[in-house]
Design a binder for this molecule. Structure first.
Ligand SMILES: Nc1ncnc2c1ncn2[C@@H]1O[C@H](COP(=O)(O)OP(=O)(O)OP(=O)(O)O)[C@@H](O)[C@H]1O
Length: 439
């Protein structure tokens, strides 16, 4: 999520590929007003009574009922704010979403940012998972929101991301805009598989606060790349094997490449914003937190004073100087992430050198993402060759021989047994590692 407030940016400032998509927002907005494409769809099979409980009518008051704790608890100010922000339709549909989100430049009602369906989920289908003391389980918490664990239709583990209420810079209006921007991007990017599955939006009540929450698949037990890198006790390492960090790096860069192909800048690339699933043959990386991402336009971070810059170590220096974000600034953040991985797991000096060179370079001299992908492919093939040779030698070194056993036996049966056990364990470890690398 944006750690800083973004500023409205003139479309004339949009560089390169993004500029071609810049449109007259006003035209698009008026088009939007006449189309139903803007309304969020309800695909849930909810009966009329649930619909009534969920809907907000034109006058902005809730159809409160005993079964609707949210409606009962909503205070007048919230209702007024929401009514002002949206034209509430007298139907089960969610209110129209503002089309003019400042982080998106849409081309018209058919634009995927608008046309991708954002499903509205019935809150009755969301059950929060509680800990032993009866509190909701908090999967994670960031500067802008809290992420809770829940079950969807009592079957699918999901997370519900709810934005923090009323901080100085987080008014109801901004929060809703932010929620809907993230919802639209998540829906639009579903076909790419870059994000965990997005189920939709739910009106929810968390710790007495009424909000719209974003509902996503609970992916990889919430294991971020950063956590995997720093947490030695993570279950993924139980089999004694190290994750294939170069593959993870490659997947990470490929994800951003794919994102750019959808005309989306991530603008907040860091290892904490990537989940990694280690359960398959290859690691799978998914992006989370597209709150700062921008569609067909750059994002503007407010200039950050030097003493505060440490907090934004992952962002390109120029964007902290009021320059709009770009493909180049995403490249900087990618290289920062790669160097961070190498700082924890110094597997390849070449990658460390390459990432450092990218960070030093002038924004326009930074390599392109395809350059980085090529480089990673090269490093992976070189490293795999040398790793395989090393592993093969190690495997052979621990291979158990009859001679050793007989020799051990002449000394002591216990000693022979100890040799068998110790060598067997080592052999198994190196054999597994060899197998993993040679696949
Ligand atoms: N789909 C998901 N599956 C599992 N865990 C998730 C998922 N989405 C988020 N999380 C967990 O919740 C944490 C916070 O999520 P997220 O980054 O979206 O919040 P945020 O408030 O936007 O954070 P920040 O703005 O500080 O980067 C993540 O670090 C991750 O551990």
């Amino acid at each position: 999520l944006p750690l800083l407030e973004s500023k409205e940016n003139e479309s004339s400032n949009i560089p390169g590929a993004l500029a071609r998509a810049a449109i007259n927002e006003k035209t698009a907005e008026s088009q939007m007003a006449n189309t139903t494409a803007l309304t969020l769809e309800i695909t849930e099979n909810i009966g009329n009574s649930s619909v009534d409980q969920e809907k907000i009518n034109e006058t902005g008051s809730h159809n409160a009922s005993e079964k609707d704790p949210i409606a009962v608890k909503e205070n007048k100010d919230d209702v007024k704010n929401r009514t002002k922000l949206f034209q509430m339709p007298p139907s089960p549909e969610l209110p129209d979403l503002p089309a003019h989100d400042r982080k998106a430049n849409i081309t018209g009602p058919e634009d995927p940012y608008i046309a991708a369906p954002v499903h509205r989920l019935c809150y009755e289908n969301i059950t929060y998972v509680k800990n032993s003391s009866g509190q909701n389980i908090l999967v994670g918490s960031g500067s802008f929101g809290s992420v809770y664990l829940a079950m969807y239709k009592e079957t699918y583990p999901v997370i519900v991301k709810v934005f923090h209420k009323h901080t100085a810079k987080n008014t109801t209006k901004k929060r809703l805009k932010q929620t809907f921007h993230e919802a639209r991007l998540s829906a639009m990017l579903q076909p790419t598989g870059l994000l965990p599955k997005f189920y939709g939006l739910v009106r929810t009540e968390i710790d007495g606060e009424v909000e719209f929450g974003l509902v996503h698949e609970y992916y990889a037990n919430g294991m971020t790349v950063l956590k995997l890198l720093t947490d030695n006790n993570s279950p993924e390492l139980e089999n004694g094997l190290q994750p294939d960090w170069l593959q993870i790096c490659l997947k990470l860069v490929q994800s951003i490449d794919r994102l750019h192909k959808e005309d989306v800048l991530f603008n907040d690339i860091k290892l904490a914003n990537m989940l990694v699933d280690m359960s398959g043959r290859e690691p799978e990386v998914k992006l989370i937190d597209v709150g700062s991402a921008s569609y067909r336009r750059p994002h503007m971070y407010r200039a950050v004073p030097p003493e505060e810059r440490k907090r934004f170590f992952h962002l390109a220096p120029e964007v902290l100087d009021d320059v709009p974000t770009s493909v180049n600034s995403d490249v900087y953040s990618i290289c920062k992430a790669l160097r961070r991985v190498m700082a924890f797991k110094p597997i390849s000096d070449e990658l460390t050198r390459y990432a450092s060179y990218c960070l030093d370079a002038d924004p326009k001299d930074r390599p392109t993402i395809p350059d980085i992908i090529d480089k990673l492919h090269m490093i992976i093939s070189d490293t795999t060759d040398s790793t395989l040779t090393k592993l093969l030698n190690k495997k052979d070194e621990f291979e158990f021989t009859h001679k050793e056993f007989l020799f051990g036996l002449t000394l002591s049966p216990f000693f022979a047994l100890a040799v068998v056990v110790v060598k067997g364990l080592y052999y198994r470890k190196h054999h597994l590692a060899y197998k993993q690398h040679s696949l």
